[in-house]
Design a protein around this ligand. Structure first.
Ligand code: ADP
Length: 333
């Protein structure tokens, strides 16, 4: 727990405790008033009862005895109430602290998640920026920089700028996709698949990958742009992680109450070790980080999952190394 939350928890505990103690004092005060009045009434009733029955000397002794008993009873009552309030103070303090921690926990978790996000994002932004900085500094120190070398430098910088653009678009997508920004409508599934395939056709052709699409005429309720983006992310990955000449297939069918959008490839597959983590932000399997491997920042599936969540859908993955992967989006229809 960091300092802000420690002091907030403490303040909240004190407020809760103040309320509990206020109620406890109110309760004790009323109880004391009612009980002492009752005791006083009883005592004076008993004393006046014996007024006529006893001789004056005995009566005085009796009155003193009753008065003493009355004072003792009041002392006992006060002692019990002080003990009661002390117990409330200790018990209430503990309960207040637990309640305060519980109240603050979701806020603390979301703040921590944001911190992690900012940290991860700046880390990823730094790599291309440092590469550009080094190249520019080396070039500036070279007094005999030729035109060709300058062009090479600009080309390489442009590559880094494109990476930064992709990264910032991914980050914006992750931060910006929320319930409010969605424009949900009744959508034709074949249209969504066709648009997503369109976006990825060039990449598939460049790798000589056979990209096929087969969709039953179904409807789903959702935001068109986001759902096209979701299928497109799955297709982009399927093409990226499938060797030249492979096959990628996208299908849609109804199963029970769900519409299933499925992207299947016969590419490199995912190890059982990586499988639980591929939806984490910035996570990339080691094989995807190697030199010749596909470009990316590990944001695609995190974005896909967020879009699925916003549609009440979930993504199921089946994959085996060297055999291929199947990503299925289960959409409520
Ligand atoms: P990126 O593709 O930018 O690395 P993603 O979040 O889209 O990020 O994917 C996370 C990781 O999951 C990838 O780095 C890759 O290791 C693995 N992965 C995703 N889709 C596939 C696929 N179809 N075949 C094999 N591996 C995949």
């Amino acid at each position: 727990m960091n300092d802000i939350f420690r002091s907030a928890a403490l303040k909240l505990t004190l407020w809760y405790l103040l309320i509990i103690m206020g109620l406890s004092f109110l309760f004790s005060g009323s109880l004391y008033r009612i009980s002492s009045e009752e005791l006083a009434r009883n005592t004076s009733r008993q004393i006046s009862y014996f007024n006529d029955e006893l001789a004056p000397g005995d009566f005085n002794a009796y009155r003193q005895l009753r008065q003493k008993q009355y004072n003792e009873s009041l002392d006992n009552l006060r002692g019990s109430l002080v003990l009661f309030n002390l117990l409330v103070l200790v018990g209430g303090g503990l309960v207040s602290y637990v309640l305060a921690r519980r109240t603050l926990r979701p806020i603390e978790e979301s703040l921590n998640a944001q911190k992690r996000f900012t940290g991860d994002a700046s880390h990823e932004l730094r790599t291309p920026l440092t590469a550009m900085q080094t190249e520019i500094e080396v070039a500036l120190r070279n007094p005999k920089l030729t035109r060709n070398e300058s062009i090479e430098l600009l080309k390489s910088n442009l590559e880094e700028v494109n990476k930064l653009k992709d990264l910032s678009e991914g980050l914006l997508s992750l931060a910006g996709n929320n319930e409010k920004n969605l424009d949900k409508d009744r959508l034709q599934v074949p249209e969504i698949l066709a648009q997503a395939v369109d976006r990825n056709l060039k990449n598939a052709e460049a790798k000589n990958i056979k990209l096929t699409s087969k969709a039953a005429s179904l409807n789903v309720h959702g935001d068109r742009a986001s759902l096209v983006q979701l299928v497109s992310i799955l297709l982009d990955n399927a093409i990226k992680y499938t060797p030249r000449g492979g096959q990628v297939e996208v299908t849609a069918e109804r199963r029970d109450k769900h519409v299933q959008l499925r992207v299947k490839d016969n590419g490199q597959g995912i190890t059982a070790e990586d499988l639980p983590r591929i939806f984490d932000r910035f996570y990339r399997a080691d094989s995807s980080r190697s030199k010749e491997a596909a470009e990316g920042y590990g944001l695609g599936l995190a974005i896909a999952k967020k879009i699925a969540d916003l549609h009440g859908a979930y993504i199921e993955v089946k994959s085996a190394p060297k055999k291929g992967s199947t990503f299925t989006v289960h959409m409520p229809s």
